[in-house]
Design a protein around this ligand. Structure first.
Ligand SMILES: Nc1ncnc2c1ncn2[C@@H]1O[C@H](COP(=O)(O)OP(=O)(O)OP(=O)(O)O)[C@@H](O)[C@H]1O
Length: 262
């Protein structure tokens, strides 16, 4: 699928973030600039501790930045943007164990004051999109890890975000489930036209999923390079990963991260 419509959706301009203040301040993000186009999947990669989660938290309005701007469609944001939803790695802590699947999905929608028919339609559509139709009355602890992460993704989908932010969303599941969830990520982008920004440590995952990869490094963090991932579509786990271009992109991305670590 051609996704790159070259419309900047989310723009990060000279972003800076420090924790603390004065001489004890930790300058985590230095001068970070990139933009995400409408409908693209962009993966953020970089060495451990470089500030990837910090960046996502600033984008989601959970942490105030200390410099620069973040804007959506040219509108500078200063708090949690209504068009954004988040999925974190740790599904076991993000789902409420005392609520069934349906109630977990409904919880973040309460403030939207939707009528019951629309709530039901949103939940049904989101659960169908992640292959969990019929699981709405189950509790998280009755589901496998991969299914719980699908519920976390369905909860984000039910919110109908235009931008989905994911922090290592597939890191806690087995390899086969991870492949399935990666394909789910491609599918929801295609079905819902969402812009997806995803942090991963897995370089192959970044190449497989991305339209573009942003490699960040140095301390404080800055963009090392933005890599165009011009792999033919539709992507498919075995065929796409066997392409010579896949190996080239993996080597290029890995070299950048290695450089950043040295
Ligand atoms: N709330 C906080 N207060 C102070 N320092 C913090 C806080 N959150 C993160 N840090 C520090 O900021 C740095 C970047 O952390 P962050 O979690 O953003 O990195 P990361 O690239 O996501 O790491 P990893 O790849 O290991 O998940 C680390 O040195 C971390 O200790």
């Amino acid at each position: 699928m051609e996704t790159s419509t070259a419309v900047p959706r989310l723009t990060v301009q000279s972003l800076a973030k420090s924790y603390g203040s004065g001489p004890a301040a930790a300058h985590i993000i230095g001068d970070l600039t990139f933009s995400t186009e409408a409908g693209e999947i962009m993966c953020i990669v970089g060495p451990s501790g470089v500030g990837k989660t910090t960046l996502l938290k600033c984008l989601a309005g959970l942490h105030p930045s200390t410099g620069g701007t973040i804007s959506i469609d040219g509108r500078t944001i200063s708090g949690p943007p209504p068009e954004m939803a988040l999925v974190f790695q740790d599904y076991s802590r993000s789902l409420m164990p005392w609520l069934n699947v349906r109630k977990n999905l409904v919880l973040p929608l309460r403030h939207l004051r939707l009528d019951p028919a629309e709530l039901k339609e949103r939940c049904d559509t989101a659960l169908a999109a992640v292959g969990l139709s019929g699981a709405e009355h189950k509790y998280p602890w009755q589901l496998s890890g991969g299914m719980q992460q699908r519920v976390a993704i369905a909860r984000a989908l039910a919110y109908r975000p235009e931008i989905l932010i994911m922090d290592e969303p597939f890191a806690s599941v087995d390899a086969q489930t991870r492949f399935e969830l990666e394909d789910l990520c491609l599918k929801i982008r295609d079905d819902f036209g969402m812009t997806i920004l995803l942090v991963t440590h897995d370089i192959d995952e970044a190449v497989y999923l991305s339209d573009r990869i942003v490699a960040i490094g140095s301390k404080p963090a800055r963009v090392l390079d933005v890599i165009d991932v011009d792999l033919p579509g539709p992507r498919e786990q075995i065929g796409t990963r066997a392409l010579p271009q896949f190996a080239e992109l993996r080597t290029r991305t890995l070299s950048l991260i290695r450089q950043a670590q040295s």
